[in-house]
Design a protein around this ligand. Structure first.
Ligand code: IMP
Ligand code: MG
Length: 174
C-alpha cells in the first residue's frame, strides 16, 4: 500500500476561519430565533465548534454518528447509524452540519431519516463539497468551499482516523 500523507495545503486556517464566520452569520440571518444544529460525528466536530461559536444568540446542539467509509479513501456506499439524537426535532428549525458532501449518499440517508421526524425546516451546511463525485443530487443550502476530486484531510477530516487535528485542509497524496 502506498504511503499516503498530507501534502499541499488546499485551504489555510485563515481561509477557513473567514468562510466559517460568514456561513455562521448567514445561518443566523435565515433563522434569527430558533436554531437547532445537528452535527455529524466525527468529521464535523471542528467545523461545528468554530461555526456555533460564530453564531450569535441562541443555538441548541445535538449529535449523530454515522459511518460511510469503512477504511481508506473510497466510499462503500453503505451508511450505518452509530449514534442517534438525544432530543426530538418536532417543530424545530434544524440545520445538519457535515464535514464534506462527496457522493451524497451519507447526507441523503441523514436527511431522509431526519425529515421523517417533522422538523419545521431542515437544511444542511457542509464545509466542503466535491460536486464532480456526486451520485445522488442532494440539496445542501450552505456550502463552505467547492473542491476538486481529491481526498483531503485536516480540520476534522480523517484518513484512517489520522490528521483530524490539522488546523488547515491538506490534500492526501504520496
Ligand atoms: P458521501 O456519502 O460519499 O457523500 O461521503 C461523505 C463522507 O465521506 C464524509 O462525511 C466523510 O466522512 C467522508 N469523505 C468523503 N470525502 C472525503 C475526503 O476527501 N476526506 C475525508 N473524508 C471524506
Ligand atoms: Mg470520515
Amino acid at each position: 500500500m502506498p504511503d499516503l500523507r498530507p501534502t499541499e495545503i488546499l485551504l489555510s486556517e485563515e481561509q477557513i476561519r473567514k468562510r466559517v464566520a460568514s456561513m455562521a452569520l448567514e445561518i443566523r440571518r435565515d433563522f434569527p430565533d430558533d436554531l437547532h444544529v445537528i452535527a455529524v460525528l466525527k468529521g464535523a466536530f471542528i467545523f461545528l465548534s468554530d461555526l456555533v461559536r460564530a453564531i450569535p444568540g441562541h443555538v441548541s446542539l445535538d449529535f449523530m454518528a454515522v459511518s460511510s467509509y469503512a477504511k481508506g479513501t473510497t466510499s462503500s456506499g453503505e451508511v450505518r447509524l452509530l449514534k442517534d439524537l438525544d432530543t426530538t426535532l418536532d417543530g424545530r428549525h434544524v440545520v445538519i452540519v457535515e464535514d464534506i458532501v462527496d457522493t451524497g449518499l451519507t447526507l441523503t440517508y441523514l436527511q431522509d431519516i431526519l425529515r421523517a421526524r417533522n422538523p419545521k425546516t431542515l437544511r444542511t451546511a457542509c464545509l466542503l463539497s466535491k460536486p464532480s463525485r456526486r451520485k445522488i443530487d442532494v440539496k445542501v443550502e450552505y456550502i463552505g468551499f467547492e473542491i476538486e476530486d481529491k481526498f483531503v484531510v485536516g480540520y476534522g477530516l480523517d484518513y484512517a482516523e489520522q490528521y483530524r487535528n490539522l488546523g488547515h485542509i491538506a490534500v492526501l497524496a504520496t
